[in-house]
Design a protein around this ligand. Structure first.
Ligand code: SR1
Ligand code: MG
Length: 423
């Protein structure tokens, strides 16, 4: 394990003594550590997260553990993920101001980030399980995706800076390795850490025997490891988004790496679809959450529409990188050529996003790391029914990604599967 010699995991008891003289902390919550109330609230798969409150204010302290929290010390994981999270947060803050928590302090040796306490925000996944709508979510996330992905790429950045960042984030190998195995490979064979709902076995076996699906999953893995197109968040699911009635904040970019433009959008869409298929496990009677299902699909459509509009606007206004230079198009009075190239790039992003979406849906049902949307359904039969529909959806998206042309078609497919009897 790469544990720095003086690294020590914090506890609620030691935090006051350890951070009581850090100016970035005391500036916000005061230096009377006796008045600090400390709670460990981390419920993610990897890290410690503390909320520290005082009469003056509050901060969040996130610290990486030298292992995967979900599994335990038998699965070591480098502390350096905190370094990548810090650098991703600073870049995202510059590229889409106000959409990620402000960082107050970073301690590389302790793998520790002190940041803004988001309140009264809640994790989007919990809100979605509860059936709460967030009117600004789609717009905010469409803009976040367009701005961070465009501005982190060679469409926008000076070439030397882009190359430096490709180099910097390419060292985030351990986290990439998790994605490479857990998302793209493990679900499609009998990998040791896989688990799935009793009753789902016929669907799992059918998926694993599906040659087209296996090829699709490996094609997407190929794209993930070879297309260093932009700085992706790398783990953009509904547990990485915090919301209020009108605000949206994106957290936890520790999986950040240079990857395909379509990766984040695909992962996010998958989590909306997982929520969609989980709804029947949460409604008191069939149809009670029809309106919520429609809202979730509208989020898929509006996110993509906003993404496309903003990405296109940035393409026309901020294309200052080495790709599709204005000197070849607009400066030659060839505005149409620039638009043709834009349409081609957007089409490629869409197709990739569908592929990533399909495999993310699968791994959240039959891999190691599941989602609360489905896990909260206590009845195995009801949960397996939701999951069978979602598995079928993921398969269609991944295998048919070249022929599914619009988000509306994705929604039609979801609505059709939702009402179909699953064999
Ligand atoms: C072993 S880590 C499992 C999952 O948790 C993280 O949030 C990522 O989604 C990862 O794949
Ligand atoms: Mg996370």
């Amino acid at each position: 394990m790469d544990i720095k010699p003086h690294y020590q995991a914090l506890t609620a008891e030691t935090l006051r003594a350890r951070l009581g003289d850090v100016a970035a902390v005391t500036d916000r919550i005061g230096s009377d550590t006796g008045s600090w109330a400390v709670r460990e609230v981390g419920d993610g798969n990897l890290n410690l997260v503390f909320i520290v409150e005082s009469p003056q204010g509050a901060v969040v302290v996130k610290q990486a553990l030298p292992y995967v929290r979900l599994v335990g010390e038998s699965w070591p994981l480098p502390l350096t993920r905190s370094f990548f999270e810090y650098h991703a947060l600073t870049r995202q803050a510059a590229r889409d101001p106000g959409r990620v928590p402000e960082v107050y302090h970073f301690d590389e040796g302790q793998a520790l980030i002190v940041m803004r306490y988001l309140s009264p925000h809640v994790i989007l996944r919990k809100s979605v399980v509860a059936g709460v709508q967030h009117p600004n979510l789609a717009r905010d996330m469409g803009l976040f995706l367009a701005r961070t992905l465009f501005r982190g790429s060679n469409l926008s950045m000076p070439a030397a800076r882009a190359k430096a960042d490709v180099g910097l984030f390419s060292a985030n190998t351990a986290l990439a390795d998790i994605t490479e195995n857990l998302v793209f490979s493990d679900p499609y064979y009998d990998a040791a850490m896989n688990r799935f709902t009793p009753g789902l076995e016929p669907h799992v076996l059918r998926l694993r025997a599906d040659r087209d699906m296996k090829v699709a999953a490996q094609t997407m893995k190929h794209a993930f490891v070879s297309k260093a197109e932009t700085l992706v968040h790398g783990d953009l699911h509904s547990g990485s988004i915090m919301v209020t009635a009108d605000d949206t904040q994106v957290i936890d970019p520790e999986f950040a790496i240079y990857g395909p433009f379509g990766f984040d959008a695909g992962m996010l869409t998958a989590n909306y679809l997982l929520a969609y298929f989980a709804q029947s496990g949460h409604e008191p009677h069939p149809g009670a959450r029809d309106g919520y299902r429609r809202w979730l699909l509208s989020v898929v459509v509006e996110t993509w529409a906003t993404f496309t509009a903003e990405f296109s606007a940035l393409w026309r206004r901020e294309r200052t990188g080495i790709l599709y230079q204005a000197s070849l198009f607009e400066d030659q009075a060839d505005r149409l050529g620039a638009e043709q190239a834009l349409a081609q790039v957007l089409r490629g992003i869409w197709t990739d996003a569908l592929g990533f979406c399909g495999v993310e849906v699968h791994r959240r049902i039959i891999g190691l790391a599941h989602v609360e949307d489905l896990e909260a359904i206590t009845n195995d039969t009801a949960r397996a029914a939701c999951e069978a529909r979602a598995l079928a959806m993921g398969r269609q998206l991944a295998v048919l990604r070249d022929v599914i042309a619009t988000p509306e078609q994705v929604c039609e497919l979801a609505a059709r599967l939702q009402t179909e009897e699953m064999a």
